[in-house]
Design a binder for this molecule. Structure first.
Ligand code: LLP
Length: 411
C-alpha cells in the first residue's frame, strides 16, 4: 500500500467515526489542513508586509474564523453580515477588507462606522465616499479586463463582468479622487476563482500594478485571489513561488517609485479551506436503470451546489465499503429537480446504508447550502489536534419555520 493509500484509509475511518457520532449528512473540517495551506502561502509570499485576508465567503463558521485569526489571517468580507461575523470572531476593523458588490451608501456608512478597509468597485460608491466620508481612505477595485479561464460563472475580471471599475475609466476615477481629495490607500483586483493558468493571474496582477502608481497615498496592493487548487488528480495547482516572485518584483518597483514600502494583501478562500473539508452523506437508494445505476443519497444540491452550478468535480470515496469492487454510478440527490453530484463515477461498490464522502468541500460547500425543498441544513464538525468538536448543530424543523409569521388569516 502506498503512503497516500494508507492516509486515505485512516482518513476514511476517521470520517466514518465522525458520522457515527454526529449523523449524516455532515460537513467535517480539519484545522491541520487549513494550517498547512496557510503555511504554504506564507512560505511563498513571506510575512513582512504581507496580509492574508481570508475570503470568508468560502466558509464562515465562527470557529473556523477564529482559527484563521489565530494563524495570522485578516478577513475579506463581501457583505456587512460577513464583516459582523468577522468582528464577532475577534477581527478588528482594519483587519477586515470590505469588498461589496452593488450596494448602496448605507452599507458604506456602516463599514466606516466599523472601521473596515473599504474597497469600492464602482464610480457611484467612490463619489459617495468622497462626498460623505471625505477623510476615510478607500481602496479602488479595478477590473483588469483579463479573461482568467475556468468556469464562466466564476471568472470575473473580464470586460463583461459587473465587478470592479474598468481600467478604461481611470480618467473618471482620477477626476473624482481630485474633486473630493480622496485618499486612495489601496488598489485591488480579483479576476476570478480557480484561475486556470498562472500567466492569466500574473497578467491581471500586472495590470493593477500599472495603475497603482497613479495614487501617491497608496499603502497596499490587493491581488484578490483565484489560486487554483486541484479538484481531481489530473488538475494542476497554482505555482505559488512563481506568482510570489512576480508580485515581489512588482512591489519592489512600485515601492521605489512611490518612495515608500507598499504592502501586499491577498484574499484566498478556496486555497485555505477547500481541501480541509469533507461532505459526508449516506446512500439511501440504489436504483438500477437501463444502462446505468443511480445512487441516491440523503442530500442534494441544497447542501452541495458546486456540481450543479459549475459542473464541478468532487472526488467521491465510499467510506464504509472502501474495498468493494469499483463500479460506475450516477450519484444523485433527493431534490425534486435534476440533482446530480457525479455522472458515470467509479466508486467502490455502494450498498444502501453506505457512507460516502465528497472531497474538497471545505470551500463553498456548507456556505452555499439552502433550505430548498424545505430540507434542513447539515451539521458542521471541526477536528483540531485529534479531537472533534461540533461547531454547528444540525437544523431542525423549528429552525425552518422560525422566521415565518402567521397573521390572523384564513381560519
Ligand atoms: N476575493 C474576492 C473579491 C472574491 O470575490 C473571491 C471569490 C475571493 C477573493 C476568493 O476566491 P477563491 O480564493 O475562493 O478562489 N462559489 C464559487 C467561487 C466563487 C468565488 C467568488 N469570489 C465556487 O464554488 O467555485
Amino acid at each position: 500500500m502506498t503512503e497516500s493509500e494508507i492516509k486515505e484509509k485512516q482518513l476514511g475511518k476517521a470520517l466514518l467515526k465522525l458520522t457515527q457520532k454526529y449523523g449524516s449528512p455532515l460537513y467535517a473540517y480539519f484545522t491541520e489542513d487549513i494550517e498547512k495551506n496557510y503555511r504554504k502561502l506564507r512560505s511563498a509570499f513571506g510575512d513582512e508586509g504581507v496580509h492574508i485576508m481570508y475570503a470568508c465567503k468560502a466558509l464562515t463558521n465562527l470557529v473556523v474564523l477564529k482559527f484563521l485569526k489565530k494563524l495570522g489571517c485578516g478577513l475579506d468580507a463581501v457583505s456587512l453580515e460577513e464583516a459582523k461575523l468577522g468582528l464577532l470572531a475577534g477581527f478588528k476593523g482594519r483587519e477586515i477588507v470590505f469588498t461589496p458588490s452593488m450596494v448602496g451608501g448605507a452599507d458604506y456608512d456602516k463599514a466606516v462606522e466599523y472601521g473596515l478597509r473599504i474597497n469600492v468597485g464602482d464610480l457611484q460608491a467612490l463619489e459617495y465616499m468622497g462626498k460623505n466620508h471625505p477623510n476615510y481612505p478607500v481602496c479602488i477595485r479595478l477590473n483588469p479586463h483579463v479573461y482568467a479561464g475556468g468556469h464562466e460563472k466564476i471568472s470575473v475580471g473580464h470586460v463583461q463582468s459587473k465587478f470592479g471599475i474598468s481600467i478604461f475609466q481611470m480618467d473618471e476615477v482620477l477626476d473624482l479622487v481630485k474633486k473630493y481629495s480622496i485618499r486612495v490607500d489601496g488598489v485591488h483586483m480579483h479576476a476570478g476563482s480557480d484561475i486556470q493558468k498562472d500567466e492569466q493571474y500574473m497578467e491581471a496582477i500586472g495590470v493593477i500594478f500599472g495603475k497603482a502608481e497613479f495614487f501617491p497615498d497608496l499603502e497596499y496592493v490587493d491581488i484578490g485571489s483565484g489560486f487554483k487548487i486541484p479538484y481531481r488528480s489530473s488538475d494542476t495547482s497554482s505555482n505559488l513561488e512563481k506568482i510570489a516572485s512576480f508580485v515581489k518584483e512588482k512591489l519592489n518597483t512600485l515601492s521605489v517609485k512611490l518612495n515608500k514600502r507598499v504592502e501586499l494583501l491577498m484574499e484566498p478562500g478556496k486555497f485555505l479551506v477547500s481541501n480541509a473539508g469533507y461532505f459526508i452523506v449516506e446512500a439511501t437508494v440504489v436504483k438500477k436503470a437501463p444502462g446505468k445505476t443511480f445512487v441516491g443519497v440523503d442530500s442534494g444540491f441544497n447542501h452541495l451546489m458546486r456540481p450543479m452550478l459549475y459542473d464541478a468535480w468532487h472526488d467521491v470515496i465510499n467510506l464504509s465499503n472502501p474495498n468493494g469492487k469499483s463500479q460506475k454510478y450516477d450519484l444523485v440527490g433527493y431534490i425534486c429537480e435534476t440533482d446530480t453530484f457525479a455522472t458515470d463515477r467509479e466508486v467502490a461498490e455502494i450498498r444502501v446504508g453506505d457512507f460516502l464522502t465528497f472531497k474538497n468541500t471545505g470551500a463553498y460547500g456548507f456556505n452555499m447550502a439552502s433550505n430548498y425543498n424545505s430540507k434542513l441544513r447539515p451539521a458542521e464538525v471541526l477536528v483540531h489536534e485529534g479531537k472533534d468538536y461540533l461547531i454547528r448543530r444540525r437544523e431542525t424543523f423549528e429552525d425552518l419555520i422560525s422566521t415565518q409569521v402567521l397573521p390572523d388569516l384564513f381560519y
